[in-house]
Each structure stands twice: as C-alpha cells, then as structure tokens.
Design a protein. Structure first.
Length: 449
C-alpha cells in the first residue's frame, strides 16, 4: 500500500511519510519510502527501467509527516538549495515531558559521531560539533506535558530529539533520547512544509495532521495547526477560541471578506464570532466566541474594568515617567479611518485612557507595556503619536521618514496578553475568570539608529 499523496506533477511528489519506515534504504533491509515511491511512479506511469526520484530532505525513521521528493535532477537541485538556504520552511509538532518556557530559540552544538546511533550536544570547540538552531512555541499543556510547534533553523541529524532532551524536555515515546519512554509512537510529527515550486516559483503549503496517542490530549489545538500561516492556537474549548495572530491579515470577515482570519479558522472550527479586533498589521492575542451567546458574554467580559488587555510597543523617545496614564479625547473620522486625539473635550469626542510602563530604553527608543482602559480604534497608535512618542513602523500616525530610513515596514505593536475577568452574572463562562491568554511573540528594541 502506498502512502498518502498530497501533490504530484512532472517535477514534484509530495507525500505523507508513515512513521516507522526509513526514508531511504538502511542496514535494516526494511522497505524504505524512497524505494516504495519509485515503485509507485513506475506502476502509475508504466515507466520501464530505473525511475529517478531525488531525495531533498529526510525524516528520522520513527517520525511521520509531510515530505517532498523531486522527479527531475533540476528540481532536486533547486529544492535542495531551498532547504540549505532556508527558503523552504518545515514545522514540527512535538509532545514533550514537562513545561518549558513559553517560547525560546535554542542554539546548541551537535556532535554527530557519538556512539549507539545517537548524537550528543557538545561544546562549540569540539572538533566535529555543528551548530543546531531551532525555535519553538508552547501551544498547549496538559498533565505535565506540553505541545510544541517547532521551526527548524538548521537541519542536523536527530536535532529536535537531542535538543529537547538536552534542555530537559524529552519527547514522549522517544526510545533513543528519553530514558523514561514507554513503547509507544514517538510524539514528533512534521506537520507543515512550505516550498517554492522549482519551475513556477509559486509558494506551496502542505499540511499533515499529527498522529499518535500523545497528541490526543491536545485534540482541539492540533485541529488548528493547518492555520499556521496565519495564527497559532493558544486555547480552545466548546465556547472560546484564543489564537496568536500573525501580521498582515484582518481578524473579521466583515472587514476583509474571504481573506480574514475568521474565515480561515471557520473552515476548521465552524462558525466563529470575533469579540474584539486587531489591526491587520498588529500581531498577538485574539479571542473568538464559538456561539452567539458566548459572544455576547465575552464582549461584556472584555468591557469589564477588571479585564485587562496588555500590549507591547516600541516608540521613539523616552517617556518622562517610568509608568503613568495618558488621558485625552478622541474623535474618529470614518471617511479616512483616522483617530484624532485632543487634550480637551470637543464635539463628538470620546474620552480615552492609555496606561504605560517602560520595560526598556536604548538609543532613543523605548519598549513599553500598554494597558488599555478604553478601547477605541487605533487608540494606542494615535494616542502615543499625539503624546510625542510615535510607534516605530507606523506610517499612518508615526514618523514615516524614520521608518523608511530604518527599513521598518511593520508597526511595532503586539497584543501581548489578555487577563480575563468574568462577572458572576455570567456563570457559563465563570471557569474562564482569572485565565490569562498570552502570545509567545515578542518585541525588541531596534539596533542603534
């Protein structure tokens, strides 16, 4: 029986590698994926003689997931260059023991020549050591286990398995690097692959749902993995969906139609109701309700003064105090989607309050934590600019000349977390009171300007 075929043409063959089959022939003598796929091509296309199929990357024998093979030598050369140059993007899901920090980038050195068919983490000065880099985000926790979404920045043998074990979070079911592993399938899966087609140069994204018993505890989160291009799922239950949104996409279908985050997620979860908005170019936490009643109650909870929404932003200048509250009045001009900020009440003006705390300052820029006490459209961007501290990367309210000179094209604004308070009169959502939804994303001060 042949593996699942995701895509094939004259240049490519994209498949789902089953777990526990070698990618290519090894000393075990067991049937390998490369040989199996050559047989598939020979039979389907009635090809006589030898079949060419180029191996452009590998997965460890126990690991399953999406892989691409090249059907011509030219395609093989171009795809291999993409993997070496990091134009191709691979993402993995792993269930590890313990609870690592929310997000991190690990940089280690791997010695590939150790015994017992293992690699080991070595000192950088070790003769055969090679740099191994990855980043990860914790996207779920349950029963002292964590679900990680991992991006590989280098492609070393056993890299993810060795680095997770070295940092104290071995992968469940890993017989080689987890001393306490039971006899079960390793909880590591190559769930997403993004490549450029070798001839058309079109971006192509492929998804393979993680399989194995260890992933079942994270069913709702795993369901959302196909939306990895737009967001990561932080929390999901029958009433609420919390995600960490990427920049470049509108939240609501009402604002952007088919290109909205709402529309993409509804293809996975069914009907969703956005209970608040972020600008298209703002990253971070977004909440959706999963039915109309939950939407009404969540909107009320978000308006409650004890619910706090925290943002991080980078502004030009240094605030006079380390912490404080900016107050003013705002008038929205819907014709040009612009918020005008005044220091006194005027016709049609609404009061605004923006709290801030300085987290860091360097070279004329400040990293701030913002607390919204009112929630007007564009409030942070407009209020900080009116106070003389424009957001870096914000051409609408900020310093376009500085942004251009620094080659910054995205506003430095992040919806970092929501601390939710649910009033007693909403018993159906009481279990969420006190819960904090927090993104793994971060902001940093720019280099010297």
């Amino acid at each position: 029986m042949y593996p699942t075929i995701f895509y094939e043409d004259n240049h490519l063959l994209v498949v789902e590698k089953p777990p526990n089959i070698p990618t290519q022939a090894d000393e075990s003598g067991d049937m390998d994926l490369l040989t199996l796929l050559k047989r598939y091509i020979r039979e389907k296309y009635h090809k006589p003689g030898a079949v060419y199929l180029g191996l452009c990357h590998r997965l460890d024998r126990p690991v399953g997931g999406v892989m691409v093979f090249a059907r011509t030598s030219k395609a093989a050369a171009r795809l291999t260059a993409q993997f070496k140059g990091r134009e191709a993007e691979k993402r993995y899901a792993a269930v590890v023991q313990g609870t690592p920090p929310y997000a991190a980038k690990w940089c280690d050195y791997i010695d590939p020549t150790s015994e017992q068919k293992r690699v080991r983490i070595a000192h950088a000065s070790f003769g055969n050591a090679r740099e191994a880099r990855l980043n990860y985000q914790v996207i779920g926790t349950a029963n002292d286990r964590s679900l990680l979404s991992i991006g590989l920045l280098t492609g070393r043998k056993h890299q993810i398995r060795a680095q997770c074990a070295c940092h104290g979070y071995p992968i469940i079911g890993d017989q080689r690097y987890n001393d306490h592993a039971k006899k079960e399938q390793i909880a590591l899966w190559a769930y997403a692959l993004s490549i450029l087609h070798p001839t058309t140069k079109q971006r192509m994204d492929f998804f393979s749902p993680p399989q194995g018993a260890a992933f079942s505890a994270f069913f709702m989160t795993v369901q959302g993995l196909p939306a990895y291009r737009y967001c990561d799922v932080l929390y999901c239950d029958a009433l609420v969906l919390a995600v960490s949104k990427q920049a470049g996409i509108e939240v609501a279908t009402a604002d952007a139609g088919a290109l909205s985050l709402q529309r993409h997620l509804e293809q996975i979860y069914g009907a969703l109701y956005p209970v608040h908005r972020l600008d298209a170019n703002t990253r971070g936490v977004v909440l959706f309700a999963r039915n109309e009643r939950a939407c009404v109650n969540l909107e009320k909870a978000l308006r409650h003064e004890q619910t706090k929404k925290y943002y991080h932003c980078v502004v030009r200048g240094k605030m006079p105090l380390d912490a404080g509250i900016l107050r003013g009045w705002a008038v929205k001009n819907p014709d040009v989607a612009y918020l005008y900020v005044c220091n006194r009440p005027v016709d049609n003006a609404l009061p605004i309050q923006t709290g801030y705390r300085t987290l860091a300052h360097r070279d004329g820029f400040s990293l701030l934590e913002i607390t919204l006490y009112t929630g007007r459209t564009h409030q942070i961007r407009a209020h900080m600019a009116a106070a003389g501290y424009p957001l870096l990367g914000d051409d609408k309210y900020g310093d376009r000349q500085t942004n251009k000179a620094m080659h910054i094209h995205r506003q430095a604004l992040l919806a970092q977390r929501i601390a939710l308070f649910v009033p007693a009169e909403m018993p159906s959502l009481a279990y969420l009171s006190g819960r904090e939804f927090k993104t793994y994303m971060t902001l940093a001060l720019p280099d010297a300007f």
